[in-house]
Write a protein that binds this ligand. Structure first.
Ligand SMILES: [Fe+2]
Ligand SMILES: [Fe+2]
Length: 222
């Protein structure tokens, strides 16, 4: 790798670390939202565990960023207005859980799994494998949460259906676990960063094979 490529790769890991770090705030908010809705303890506990996972993901990504850029990197102050100013009525919480969780985490988990398979660097693979395993648990937590919210608030079923349909139409392959916007990382797949076209292909597949069936399962159960 040229020095320029190392910096570019390091910056990609830095960006990914910041995304993981932001997920800590998102899960903190979700714990409060679940408490507000009266959710059962297993959902609360698993969300707290997910916060801890995201702290670890951020640390691992910052570690790789430092390795490639040769500079110590880490998070700075965070603007929380986006986190704290969200509406906290059941409908808004449900819609966010569908978009960020059922879509975001499910697609992230699938992308991380494929990235781990394509990574040739053994240290990077270990990091991505850990992230992939955790993200798939987080995706599961989101589906369980949405399931519970709809049981507790059955009047929100048609809102949920609309949110799913809207997200299926607008699903983006760029998620917090793989935040590279431009298709400049084809040559970086062996270092853990998927190209945009890979992410698009994975997103299509996940929508068809995972998200649609799970969505139908939710609406077919009473
Ligand atoms: Fe994560
Ligand atoms: Fe996550």
């Amino acid at each position: 790798m040229t020095p320029e490529e190392r910096i570019r790769l390091g910056n990609a890991w830095l960006k990914m670390g910041l995304g993981e770090h932001a997920s800590v705030a998102a899960f903190s908010r979700f714990v409060l939202q679940l408490l507000g809705l009266g959710a059962p303890p297993d959902l609360i506990r698993d969300t707290i565990k997910a916060m801890d996972d995201e702290v670890q993901h951020a640390r691992l990504c910052f570690g790789l960023a430092s390795e490639f850029t040769g500079q110590a990197v880490g998070p700075g102050r965070m603007n929380l207005s986006n986190v704290l100013e969200q509406a906290d009525d059941p409908q808004s919480i449900l819609e966010l859980a569908i978009i960020e969780g059922c879509f975001g985490e499910t697609i992230s988990a699938a992308c991380a799994k494929v990235a781990s398979e394509r990574t040739e660097d053994i240290n990077i693979r270990a990091v991505i494998l850990r992230i992939a395993k955790d993200e798939s648990r987080h995706a599961d937590l989101s589906w369980r949460s949405v399931h519970w919210i709809l049981k507790a608030y059955p009047e929100l079923r048609s809102i949920a259906r609309d949110a799913f349909i809207h997200s299926i139409t607008h699903a983006s392959p760029v998620t917090h676990a793989s935040p590279v916007e431009e298709d400049e990382y084809d040559s970086f797949e062996k270092y853990g960063h998927l190209s945009l076209s890979s992410k698009q292909a994975i997103t299509e597949q996940v929508l068809k094979q995972v998200i649609r069936p799970r969505m139908e399962e939710i609406f077919s159960s009473s």
